[in-house]
Design a protein around this ligand. Sequence first.
Ligand code: SAH
Ligand code: SF4
Ligand code: F3S
Length: 479
Amino acid sequence: MQNPHTPPDYRYNLSAHIDTAYPQKPRFFIKTYGCQMNERDSEKMAALLLVMGFEAADSQETADLILYNTCCVRENAEDKIFGHLGRLKHLKADKPALIIAVGGCMSQQSEMAQTLREKHRYVNLIFGTANRHRLPEFLWRVMCGGERVADITEGEELPEITDIPVTTREFSHKAGVNIMYGCDNFCSYCIVPYVRGREKSRPQADILHEAAALANDGVKEIMLLGQNVNSYAYDFPRLLREVNKIDGLERIRFMTSHPKDFSDELVAAMRDLKKVCKSVHLPLQSGSTRILADMNRKYTKEQYIALARKLTAIPDFALTTDIIVGYPSETEADFLDTLDVVRQVRFAGAFTFIYSKRSGTPAAQREDSVPRKVANERFDRLTAELYPIFTEKNLAKVGGVVDVMVDEAASPLVTSVECLGGSHNVTNSSEVGVVKYKGRTDDHTLVHFEAHEGLKAGDIVPVRVTEGKTFYVSGVGLD
Ligand code: SAH
Ligand code: SF4
Ligand code: F3S
């Protein structure tokens, strides 16, 4: 098997081929589905493509290579990807030289890779999460050898680490840094351990090296990434203390935390370390101890609430979560436990999901599924409980001043802003020299604000909050 620690092989240099086959540099477009893990993987694959002689395209339509980095955590993620792939088929009919590649978690499933191979003949390259570092080799075979490649390192144990340390990133001011790969928790509903392999932590020195290189390159905010960062093998609180010392970094976040491994030492580190943001995403999944046990989550309703209390005792702290409704056998009483936790903890934000059966997971064997109608109804009751809490929390910020890190300036025209729960339009102010921006507070509240022209992504500015909505606040820059 391929040595997991083998770096990407740059011998597959396409320059001779590119010089003869393309009048200009060929352009790539990567579309990323799923979580931050996939976003970081896409940045790493973009770095490989740049080394190979590609350049970035502005859109799918102008690209010579379209790469979909896929997710399979829920069925609707896969449906969406297939919908989008269908459109690429037409694009390819007009432009036969177009190369279409599908990688990531969805294609890592062997049945899915087979479906893509057999039923989606217009896809030139199918690969997975485990062998993404072999992208140069695969593309070389497609482009120079005229092959159609489908390789997901099937039948072999997924390599432990396929690390490509790069500073290439989507945003100039913020970046993710993997601290671990894979997951060993095997929550009964979840496909991730099967498509991402066993949990493996990166050495602290490698992480610090990458974070320092990013800070040196202008990054202000680092997100430490792992499916369960609290089980980082080499002492997560100590890692936070070390990252906190890196010059140039202003904010440190991490994602995702598992309640079963959240130590008191970590709570203390969050409280004491200045650059560590006062917000945690702590998936609850269910408020019912019985369902939690069935999900293999290894904590009870009471343990979750106790941990949430410790965290929210930190001043200006915000807790967000993930909740699943309609898990097999979930009763009305189980669901009421979930609502009870929501009322007691008062989350600042939440991603809510209807249980989706994932083949190959233990929960998929069960026959006591919750009828769709009941699951839909619970979903609506859950959001009806959550959303007014979000609004109240945002209204409580009105009149106060918050420090906002600028994510982007809105364009001068009407801009559609995507946020949790939908999109809305923001129009620019007619006042000369005043621009609309959006950014985040330390506790991760989304802020739309007006301020003078010239602020850059990564700048931190004081903003007076004037309005509180369900998914964001609005305000005016004070600088
Ligand atoms: N590692 C993280 C999150 C991984 S997936 C964690 O442990 O929390 C992100 C979220 O998707 C999960 O928190 C869960 O709420 C949701 N999810 C995962 N599998 C799902 C499924 N089969 N159906 C519905 N939601 C699911
Ligand atoms: Fe999935 Fe559970 Fe691992 Fe999160 S901790 S990725 S929900 S198995
Ligand atoms: Fe999806 Fe894979 Fe992330 S399944 S949620 S992209 S780890």
